[in-house]
Design a protein. Structure first.
Length: 251
């Protein structure tokens, strides 16, 4: 006869060894357990870059807002446990005044940064970013009429430097407050959602997509958008960042 206490200890041990990032009954996979950085690592690295912390249900990057010209990068992180092709990704995020970040998908390693190869859902302080950072030099190379201003293709929820969100549908909470982002990717349609509203959609690899891909910012990045599966990544862009409730399901 088995001892009840022995059975209980066995069950406790089994639970403690179970993976933190489990799939729920409705197919959602949690990419962040709220307590550790398990599953995450630096881009092109085996460990997390310094500054990233998991605490009280939040994955955050602990730093100060830096001037754009001082940005050196190298602190982007990926969920390195597995790659995804067709998916629905949901997460909450917030940034400080002047903050900047992004969510990448279909990331492949071996490049200078995820931005060289992967599409990005932009996260930024739409209202205050240009007040803190000098954008004139950067935006002038793309022929912007007002290069000192944040461009629509650089704004929150944009498919960065590709597709712009509908301002009439966009409900962005101000810097310092939580927002919810959802990205849906299928070969037929990509959707960007912000705080419960569908703010843009496009057909990947369509003629329109290829025209945008081969002009503007990405004409000098031959592998941008090349891959149809890859890692999920979060961008450090020289400001504090906070993420929570990071989950994904395959479609």
């Amino acid at each position: 006869m088995k001892h009840p206490l022995g059975s209980l200890l066995f069950l406790l041990l089994l639970c403690s060894c179970a993976p933190r990032n489990q799939t729920t009954d409705d197919g959602w996979i949690s990419l962040f357990d709220g307590e550790t950085t398990e599953g995450w690592r630096g881009y092109n690295a085996q460990e997390m870059p310094p500054g990233w912390v998991a605490q009280d249900g939040v994955l955050y990057f602990d730093t100060e807002v830096e001037l754009e010209q001082d940005y050196t990068g190298g602190r982007d992180i990926i969920y390195g446990e597995r790659e995804f092709d067709n998916f629905e990704l949901s997460l909450d995020w917030k940034i400080p005044p002047g903050g900047n970040s992004g969510v990448f998908y279909h990331v492949k390693e071996g490049y200078g940064a995820p931005s060289e190869v992967a599409p990005e859902y932009q996260l930024i302080d739409d209202e205050g970013y240009a007040d803190i950072h000098d954008l004139t030099g950067y935006n002038s190379q793309f022929g912007a009429e007002h290069p000192e201003q944040l461009q629509d293709w650089q704004s929150t929820a944009a498919d960065y430097a590709m597709y712009t969100p509908d301002p009439a549908k966009k409900k962005l909470n101000p810097a310092g407050e939580w927002n919810t982002t959802r990205i849906v990717y299928t070969p037929e349609r990509v959707e960007h959602w912000l705080n419960g509203e569908l703010v843009l959609s496009f057909v990947p690899y369509s003629d329109d997509w290829k025209e945008k891909r081969n002009s503007g910012k990405w004409k000098g990045a031959p592998d941008y958008g090349k891959f149809r599966s890859g890692y999920i990544a979060l961008q450090d862009h020289g400001s504090p960042l906070w993420f929570r409730n990071i989950k994904i399901r395959e479609l």
